[in-house]
Design a protein around this ligand. Structure first.
Ligand SMILES: NC(=O)c1ccc[n+]([C@@H]2O[C@H](COP(=O)([O-])OP(=O)(O)OC[C@H]3O[C@@H](n4cnc5c(N)ncnc54)[C@H](OP(=O)(O)O)[C@@H]3O)[C@@H](O)[C@H]2O)c1
Length: 325
C-alpha cells in the first residue's frame, strides 16, 4: 500500500485526507511512477470545492502536476524505462506517493532541472507557454497586463513575456509581491488592493492601453480588465481565484472597443502529444538557459495538503508551491 490524498466529499481544506491506497499496476500504454514532488495549483481548489466536478466522481485524488521516477511501464510503452525521471501536467490524481497514469502525458526531465522545479512548473509553465505563444503570440511592441503577477503562473509569465519583447504590466496584492514581480520580468506592477488598476494602466501607457489582458482573478478584476484594452484588444479570462465571472455581458465588448474575449484551458492546448512536447521543450529550454527562474517558494509534506490549500486561498503564497510525499 502507498499513501494518497482522497477527497470523499467536496468542501474546505479539511476534506483533503491522507489514506492508504493501492496504486495498481500499469495497463497497456500506462506507466507507474513514484513521485518525488507534486505541484500545487489553484485548479486543485476548484476540484476540492466542487466548482469543477471530478470526472471520476467521489472519492478522488486531486492534483494535476508532478515529477518522479518511472517504476514500471505497461505494454506498448517502449520509450520509457524504470528509473527515467519524468514530469507531467494532468490528468487528475497527483496528490499521491505513487500513481499509474497514461504514459503519453509524461515527458522526460532534462538534467539541470530538479524534481521540485519540474513538479512546480509543468502546469504553470505550460500555461504561460500557451497564453503567450498560442492564445496571443506576444511580440516586441506589445503591451500586456497580467494579473496576480507574483503567483505561480504570474512569475513565470512575466519573465517569458519580457523575453518575447513585450512591455509587461502586472498587478499584485502587497508591497512585497510587487517587488517580487518587478524582479521577474515585469516593467510595472500595480498593487491592486490599494490602487485602481485600470486608471494606473491608462497612466502607464499614456492612454494607449494594452493589446492583451490575461485575467485569472475573475470576479474582482472584471470588468475593470476590459477598461485596460485598446480597441480590438484581447481579454483572456483563464481563471477565477476571486470567484467566477457571472453573467458575462457580451455587449461590453462592443462598448469598450470591438474587443475579443476567450476563456482558454491548458488541457485543450496540450491535448495532442506534439503540442505537449513543444510546450515542454520550450519551457525546459528557457529554464535551463536561465531566462526563466522557477521560484519554489513553499514546500509542505503531502499530509499537509490542507494547510497548503488554506495558504494558497489566503493569498499567502508566491511563485510555485510543492507538496513532498
Ligand atoms: N485556464 C488555464 O489553463 C489555467 C492554468 C493554470 C492556472 N490557471 C489559473 O491561473 C490562476 C493562477 O494559478 P496559480 O496556481 O499560479 O495560483 P497563484 O497565482 O499562485 O495564486 C492565486 C493568486 O491570485 C490572487 N488573488 C486575487 N484575488 C484573490 C482571492 N480573492 N483569493 C485568492 N487569491 C486571489 C492572489 O495574488 P495577489 O495577492 O497578488 O492578488 C493569489 O496569490 C488561477 O486562477 C488558476 O485557476 C488557469
Amino acid at each position: 500500500m502507498t499513501k494518497a490524498i482522497l477527497v470523499s466529499r467536496t468542501g474546505g481544506p479539511e476534506v483533503l485526507e491522507l489514506k492508504d491506497v493501492d496504486p495498481g499496476k500499469p495497463a497497456k500504454d500506462e506507466a507507474l511512477i513514484a513521485q518525488t514532488a507534486i505541484g500545487l495549483n489553484f485548479i486543485d481548489v476548484y476540484f476540492r470545492t466542487g466548482l469543477y466536478p471530478s470526472p471520476a466522481g467521489l472519492p478522488f485524488t486531486p492534483g494535476n502536476e508532478g515529477a518522479g521516477r518511472v517504476l514500471e511501464v505497461g505494454e506498448g510503452v517502449d520509450w520509457l524505462k524504470p528509473g527515467d525521471r519524468v514530469a507531467y501536467a494532468g490528468p487528475l490524481g497527483a496528490y499521491a506517493e505513487q500513481r499509474v497514469m497514461p504514459a503519453d502525458r509524461l515527458v522526460k526531465v532534462p538534467d539541470g532541472i530538479s524534481d521540485e522545479q519540474a513538479a512546480g512548473m509543468m502546469l504553470k509553465g505550460m500555461t504561460a507557454w500557451y497564453l503567450l505563444r498560442r492564445t496571443h503570440p506576444v511580440k516586441p511592441g506589445d503591451t500586456i497586463l497580467f494579473h496576480a503577477a507574483a503567483g505561480g503562473v504570474g512569475l513565470i509569465a512575466g519573465q517569458w513575456a519580457k523575453h518575447l519583447g513585450a512591455t509587461v504590466i502586472g498587478t499584485a496584492g502587497s508591497a512585497d509581491k510587487v517587488e517580487l514581480a518587478l524582479a521577474h520580468g515585469y516593467d510595472h506592477v500595480i498593487n491592486y488592493r490599494e490602487q485602481d488598476f485600470a486608471a494606473e494602466v491608462k497612466k502607464l501607457t499614456a492612454g494607449a492601453l494594452c493589446d492583451v489582458v490575461y485575467d485569472s482573478v475573475g470576479k474582482d478584476t472584471y470588468p475593470g480588465s476590459l477598461d485596460c484594452l485598446r480597441p480590438f484588444g484581447l481579454f483572456v479570462s483563464f481563471g477565477q481565484s476571486s470567484g467566477p465571472i457571472e453573467n458575462f455581458n457580451l455587449g461590453l465588448l462592443a462598448q469598450k472597443g470591438s474587443l475579443f474575449a476567450t476563456r482558454p484551458t491548458l488541457f485543450t492546448y496540450i491535448a495532442k502529444r506534439e503540442d505537449l512536447e513543444t510546450a515542454a521543450s520550450e519551457l525546459f529550454g528557457l529554464v535551463a538557459s536561465g531566462v526563466i527562474d522557477i521560484q519554489v517558494n513553499q514546500k509542505y509534506a503531502l499530509a499537509e495538503a490542507g494547510r497548503a490549500h488554506s495558504d494558497l486561498e489566503a493569498r499567502k503564497t508566491t511563485g510555485t508551491t510543492v507538496l513532498l510525499p
